[in-house]
Design a protein around this ligand. Structure first.
Ligand code: NAD
Length: 455
């Protein structure tokens, strides 16, 4: 088996041969990726169940379909994305041909995380292939079954000369990062992102960082409580809360909290039954280490556990849990929860809610639930976040025409659809000029005179 550096240098010479450049090559690879997704849905669902007990419905929706949708959109459109983009000109460049040319970056590295171990690797891969790159794919070792399935499927379907899967944990990834890449696309935690940046700095490699954080859900004003409860519960407890865009905490007035709580309780029962432990529609925590972190985190809160709170080590289960009376300096507010615990904090005014959000790091997503559009607009206009969605959670990321990515501590760079293609392309500004109007150029050649400036 090739060492990591042999893999990278092999891809580098394949890239230099130009094989990934023709549109037809890229289209053929994307089409094979589509076949991979369609022909192996069952295996993918099975691996995700092994890793996270992901319900089939959630696996198909958030791992298989989302990739197929992005693939379809990209296959239908990337040809026009490849076209030169002609730009506006001024008098001095009137006779020139001025355009932006999208060129592949070279050999790029995609590092995925365990919570959506298929889409977090394959959505960026679609853009990297469409843009004409060679790619090293590094799945998360934490979601072990999906890791090994990806390593088995990719070489079966895609060109082994151009795309390679490299497996391993932190140590292997660190040594992989010593190689020179032309772009690093990293999804994962803020802590690891710092070492990714350090490794990238050695070769001055550009990076995209898809990180996490605490996504607020501000519920304010007139509101359809039952609909709000359903959408909140669905988006929070989807994948047992292990979503980078899950609502991390709720901010609302005491009156809304009191109205919402019994409806959340009922909604949880409607969705997961009286005994969520035995419900097949609830994922499990990915590993004993992650489960312990959540149990300890819940143990540290000074808030009141009003719903759920139970956990069971043998199958890494944690009940959908709601905690009230949580304050800004509570343990639950110190880190991204990334599990099925929903703290509810209260604020006395909309402005207080906005100020609260603005005191925290910029989140990956910001949710506002309200029937009143002026409230939604006020929050939109007075806050910062990677993405924004009113009256629902998570769903904005399923639309391939919207850019997806963070801002500040929640990441940098964007992807999905056309944005993935742009991320993995260099925009080369080109001016094709002939020899015309040389007499006019005497105006810029020495000897310089003041009269030449006043032209
Ligand atoms: P993880 O443990 O799977 O790590 C992510 C990747 O980093 C893995 O491939 C892993 O092998 C590698 N890695 C781990 N330690 C490393 C090290 N020291 N050096 C180099 N590489 C290393 O996932 P995680 O970090 O637990 O991911 C969870 C975080 O990811 C959460 O904060 C979540 O919000 C965020 N996330 C963000 C997005 C997004 O799209 N923005 C999506 C999913 C998850």
């Amino acid at each position: 088996m090739d060492t990591q550096s042999e893999v990278v240098s092999r891809l580098r010479s394949v890239f230099a041969s130009g094989v990934t450049i023709p549109e037809e090559f890229r289209r053929a690879q994307l089409t094979k990726l589509m076949s991979m997704m369609k022909e192996n849905q069952e295996l993918i669902v099975k691996a995700l169940h092994q890793d996270l007990s992901k319900p089939k419905f959630e696996a198909v929706l958030s791992e298989v379909q989302i990739v197929i949708n992005d693939l379809r959109y990209t296959i239908n459109n990337f040809s026009s994305w490849m076209n030169p983009e002609y730009v506006g000109k001024n008098l001095a460049t009137k006779l020139d041909t001025c355009f932006v040319r999208r060129e592949p970056l070279g050999v790029v590295l995609i590092i995925g995380a365990w919570n959506y171990p298929v889409q977090l690797l394959l959505l960026p891969l679609i853009g990297a292939i469409a843009a004409g790159n060679c790619v090293v794919i590094k799945p998360s070792e934490v979601s072990a079954a999906t890791d090994s399935l990806i390593a088995e499927l990719i070489p079966k379907y895609l060109s082994q000369d151009c795309y390679a899967v490299v497996r391993g944990g932190a140590e292997e990834t660190k040594s992989l990062l010593q190689n020179r890449f032309d772009h690093i696309f990293y999804t994962g935690s803020q802590t690891v992102a710092r070492s990714i940046l350090q490794a990238a700095s050695v070769h001055l490699t550009p990076v995209t960082l898809e990180l996490g954080g605490k996504c607020p859900c501000l519920i304010y004003g007139r509101i359809d409580i039952p609909a709000a409860a359903r959408r909140l519960v669905w988006s929070k407890f989807f994948n047992a809360g292990q979503s980078c865009v899950a609502p991390d905490y709720v901010l609302c007035s005491p009156a809304i909290r009191d109205a919402l709580l019994p409806v959340i309780r009922q909604t949880l029962e409607d969705f997961y039954g009286k005994d969520p432990k035995s419900c097949p529609d609830l994922s499990r925590i990915v590993s004993p280490r992650h489960w312990t972190r959540l149990v300890e985190l819940l143990g540290k809160t000074d808030g009141k556990v009003v719903i759920g709170g139970e956990s069971r080590e043998e199958d890494k289960y944690m009940a959908p849990t709601v905690v009230t009376d949580v304050t800004e300096d509570d343990a639950l507010m110190k880190e991204e929860i990334f599990g099925p615990i929903l703290p509810i904090l209260t604020v006395d005014s909309l402005q207080e809610g906005i100020s609260f959000i603005n005191r925290q790091e910029s989140p990956l997503a910001l949710y506002v639930f309200s029937d009143e559009s002026h409230i939604v607009n006020k929050v939109l206009e007075n806050t910062k976040s990677g993405g924004f969605c009113s009256n629902d959670g998570i769903v904005h990321m399923t639309l391939p025409t919207l850019p997806f990515g963070g801002i500040g501590a929640s990441g940098c760079g964007q992807y999905h659809g056309h944005y993935s293609f742009e991320t993995f392309s260099h925009r080369r500004g080109c001016m094709l000029r002939g020899w015309a109007l040389e007499r006019l150029n005497t105006l810029r050649y020495p000897p310089y005179t003041d009269s030449k400036l006043s032209w």
